[in-house]
Write a protein that binds this ligand. Structure first.
Ligand code: NAD
Ligand code: UDP
Length: 326
């Protein structure tokens, strides 16, 4: 029987992925009941296998581009490939996942009057001409490029979220997530942190794209998930009005060049892998760093884990994974 106390029944789409699996761990720890929906296209059962027999956890293999009927109190919509290599593999499915997935999840939230969180992205800013990026910046996105399936899909999803908010008074929470790393990243997803760590641990060349002077800001996954929970737990407005919808940037405000990241990883792994330079992928943003003033104000949130410490935990994870031959 369901326990009708403070605990909630929460749906996580993309729950078998990197971020989703960490979020689920926190929710289960807190006493909530979790339904994880995932088509396992980029996620893995390995990330949730410790929960498969847990009485408050349920896994449903399902593609969010199709309607879903479940009864829940809250929804976190994370289902979408996140690495450029993965989302460019089947770009039509990527746009469908963002757009049809948003429509299906918003429809579900509307029927249930459930609060719904959207995992949006710093990619809505494209290759930004404003630096650092505040939420008021409208972005610089190529609508027809190889990254557009992801960027424009996520922008359209934001539009849908805000239209459901205005038109149906839905209680939405839109977070724009900046580069995040940590255990449970896919070893072959092509993202820079996982690539460099795996290459360094295997003694293979570290692949720097372009001259390595492009910048990113890296947030450790535990910090990010704390931001998700604080945002989602902000109470609704007065007289049944929805609460603060965002969009809100969540990410680390410390900026690194990709070359600096490579040096940090080489040092932390004590690796002598050589650096090799490869062509810069099309439309690769040259700089990225969040302005997190809003997150500080509304959530009292800022990342706590320095990159050097988070990298050590991530390296330990990949070291173990490689030792097991995965
Ligand atoms: P991930 O690829 O590890 O996880 C995504 C999960 O969604 C996977 O388990 C995948 O199987 C699932 N999925 C994909 N398409 C689906 C579909 N059609 N139906 C059901 N499930 C589907 O990526 P992640 O890093 O955990 O990202 C999670 C979310 O956060 C994504 O929406 C992503 O766009 C967003 N995000 C992540 C980052 C980051 O740095 N990790 C940055 C910005 C935004
Ligand atoms: N990058 C790199 N070598 C790699 C993978 C990525 O130099 O092996 C660069 C990539 O060109 C980009 C940055 O690292 O400038 C971050 O790439 P990632 O795919 O992690 O995420 P993005 O922020 O581009 O979505």
């Amino acid at each position: 029987m369901r326990n009708y106390d403070e605990s909630k029944r929460i749906l996580i789409t993309g729950g078998a992925g990197f971020l989703g699996s960490h979020l689920i761990d926190r929710l289960i720890e807190r006493g909530d009941e979790v339904i994880c929906v995932d088509n396992l296209s980029t996620g893995s059962k390995r990330n949730i296998e410790h929960l498969l027999t847990h009485p408050r956890f349920e896994f449903i293999r399902h593609d969010v581009t199709f309607p879903l009927f479940v009864e829940v109190d809250q929804i976190y919509n994370l289902g979408c490939p996140a690495s450029p290599v993965h989302y460019q593999h089947d770009p039509v499915q990527t746009t469908k996942t963002s757009v049809h997935g948003a429509i299906n999840m918003l429809g579900l939230a509307k029927r249930l009057r459930a609060r719904i969180f959207q995992a949006s992205t710093s990619e809505v800013y494209g290759d930004p001409s404003v630096h650092p990026q505040p939420e008021t910046y409208w972005g610089n996105v190529n609508p027809i490029g190889v990254r557009s399936c992801y960027d424009e899909g996520k922008r359209c999803a934001e539009t849908l979220f805000f239209d459901y908010h205005r038109q149906h008074r839905l209680d939405i929470r839109v977070a724009r997530i900046f580069n995040t790393y940590g255990p449970h990243m896919h070893p072959n997803d092509g993202r820079v942190v996982s690539n460099f760590i795996v290459q360094a641990l295997k003694g293979e060349p570290i692949t720097l794209y372009g001259d390595g002077q492009q910048t990113r800001s890296f947030c450790y996954v535990d910090d990010l998930v704390e931001g998700f929970l604080r945002f989602m737990n902000l109470s609704a407005g007065e007289n049944g009005q929805p609460g603060f919808p965002g969009p809100i940037n969540l990410g680390a405000p410390r900026e690194f060049t990709i070359r600096e990241l490579a040096d940090l990883i080489l040092k932390a792994t004590n690796s002598s892998s050589p650096l090799v330079f490869k062509p810069l992928p099309l439309d690769d943003p040259m700089q990225r760093k969040p302005d997190i003033t809003l997150a500080r104000q509304h959530l009292g949130w800022e990342p706590q884990v320095p990159l050097e410490d988070g990298l050590l935990k991530t390296i330990a994870y990949f070291d173990n994974l490689l030792a097991k031959g995965d």
